[in-house]
Design a protein around this ligand. Structure first.
Ligand code: NAP
Ligand code: F7E
Length: 443
């Protein structure tokens, strides 16, 4: 019998102690290929080998506690939500398994601080590849799956609609089928990352669980399939699967091309004299923005509910893109006034009280710091999202207003101010180093 628990425990200890496969082989006097075969799940680890390993490593491979640990599998673990959810579940005492994509270059910065910590394990898998999902679900045998992986950018879904459908629609079906193939349909609970984009060309405000859907992008249409296939499997096979209909949630880990992060990064760069102007699309678009760190708790609460149900997760507070930009600039001491309409609208600086460290010789007063570009307009845009979290509050006891809009803006701007300043300092060190090398000052 191949016990992957043992393999995960062994890998965790090796990571912790910084021991590689070859070194481990030397420590226990075995060939490295034996260890490779354990790791690939091709052969089990015998009782005598376990004893040998425990003696060499000075650690118990399976601790009593581990037998009772709940196992969660997260697709999209490298994303904004995946990283916060991993932290949250580890804190709750879960064994967390994340699915990552194989890429030619790694971009795992959101979870790099978790790699190598006990009870956190990564596996390769792709939403387009059912075999990879069957393999990982069968091997991990999770108690809970959080299906967060998606092509999550609405504008990109107009450029890559087929890929978006494959990952965001059929991908959900593949996860459900993987659970059935592993024989876990009666034990494994599944959370599906659904979205307020389902309301699209909205038919009522605010939106709740009973509001009709009207998807308005290839992304939303794909996510609507995900929503319905989850409901179908719940009814057809009695599976515990639920959708969280999440409204926009942001953070300092948000991807840089989503509007909030694009704004906070630009604010930091403009405040530090590294950028002149920020180009945006529809400034009048309205969103219900929450803090991602608060929202992952709700994903977990949905799966701890007595019965499988879908929930709207939102703050119940709405702001425009223009307002987000206004508050972000204000936080660094730059006051904006918006003038004009449509493509001619500009955000002009009317007072410049930046911290002196960032203040350059020239004041920004009178400069247009925001301009509109048609490049960021969408063929069809969702312009009035406003969620009603009453059900989540009442049934899950979730607090939708833990972090206010103003606090969210502040968290994101402060983080980007530090990031940009840090990059500036690092760039200066690199420039100096290049100069020193050229002059032969350092060898
Ligand atoms: P995100 O930062 O864009 O992360 C998406 C994740 O999915 C990344 O880990 C990405 O991996 C992975 N992924 C993409 N395509 C994949 C594929 N073909 N196979 C395997 N993994 C793949 O998104 P997020 O903001 O954390 O959102 C998480 C989920 O919630 C998504 O499903 C999104 O659609 C949904 N959602 C988000 C919001 C929001 O406001 N954030 C609101 C409602 C719903 P790489 O790192 O390799 O790219
Ligand atoms: O756009 C407008 C844009 O790209 C918000 C995803 O997480 O939330 C996200 O989708 C609004 C739109 O997010 C720019 O037209 C103006 O009306 O930040 P966004 P999104 O499209 O709401 C939902 C809930 C998800 O499920 C998605 O996965 O802002 N906007 N100017 C702009 N948007 C962008 N990106 N860039 C601009 O320059």
């Amino acid at each position: 019998m191949i016990d992957m628990q043992l393999v995960f425990a062994l890998k965790g200890i090796m990571n912790q102690k910084g021991i590689n496969q070859r070194e481990l082989a030397d420590m226990i006097g075995k060939d490295e290929t034996v260890i490779s075969r354990w790791f690939a799940g091709k052969v089990g680890i015998s009782r005598s080998s376990v004893e040998l390993l425990e003696k060499a490593l000075g650690e118990k491979l399976i601790k009593d506690k581990q037998h009772n640990m709940k196992k969660a599998l997260i697709t999209g673990v490298t994303g904004q939500d995946g990283s916060y959810l991993s932290e949250f579940l580890l804190e709750k005492g879960y064994e967390v398994h994340g699915v990552i994509r194989r890429n030619s270059s790694d971009h795992r910065e959101r979870i790099s601080h978790l790699e190598g910590t006990p009870h956190f394990h990564l596996h390769y898998g792709h939403m387009e590849d059912s075999m990879s999902l069957v393999k990982v679900v069968t091997m991990v045998r999770p108690d809970e799956i959080y299906n967060l992986a998606a092509q999550s950018h609405v504008q990109v879904s107009f450029d890559s609609p087929e890929f978006t459908a494959d990952v965001d629609a059929t991908g959900v079906l593949r996860v459900l089928e993987a659970v059935r193939a592993a024989g876990l349909e009666n034990t494994c609970r599944i959370y599906q990352a659904s979205t307020s984009e389902l309301y699209g060309k909205v038919e009522e405000v605010p939106q709740n669980e009973n509001t009709p859907f009207h998807p308005y992008s290839p992304y939303a249409v794909a996510k609507l399939y995900g929503y319905w296939i989850i409901r179908e499997y719940r009814e057809a096979y009695n599976m515990f699967c639920c959708s969280g209909i999440l409204f926009n949630h942001e953070s300092e880990r948000r991807g840089e091309t989503f509007v909030t992060r694009k704004i906070t990064l630009a604010v930091a760069r403009i405040a530090q004299g590294l950028q002149d102007c920020l180009y945006l699309g529809n400034l009048g678009s309205l969103r219900d923005w929450g803090y991602a760190k608060d929202y992952v708790e709700c994903m977990w609460l949905i799966l701890q509910n007595d019965k499988p149900e879908d929930f709207v997760i939102a703050t119940g507070v709405q702001h425009s893109v223009r307002e987000f930009a206004y508050y972000a600039f204000k936080h660094v001491g730059i006051e904006l006034e918006f003038k004009g309409k449509g493509l001619d609208e500009i955000g002009v600086c009317v007072s410049d009280n930046r911290h002196s460290v960032h203040k350059k010789d020239t004041s920004l007063v009178g400069k247009a710091l925001i301009k509109v570009s048609p490049d960021f307009y969408r063929p069809t845009d969702v312009v009035n999202l406003w969620g009603d979290p009453t059900k989540a509050k009442a049934k899950l006891g979730w607090n939708p207003n833990k972090t206010s809009f103003e606090e969210l803006v502040k968290i994101m701007v402060d983080s980007d101010m530090a990031k940009v300043a840090g990059e500036g300092a690092a760039a200066k060190v690199r420039t100096n180093l290049a100069e020193y090398l050229e002059k032969g000052i350092v060898k």
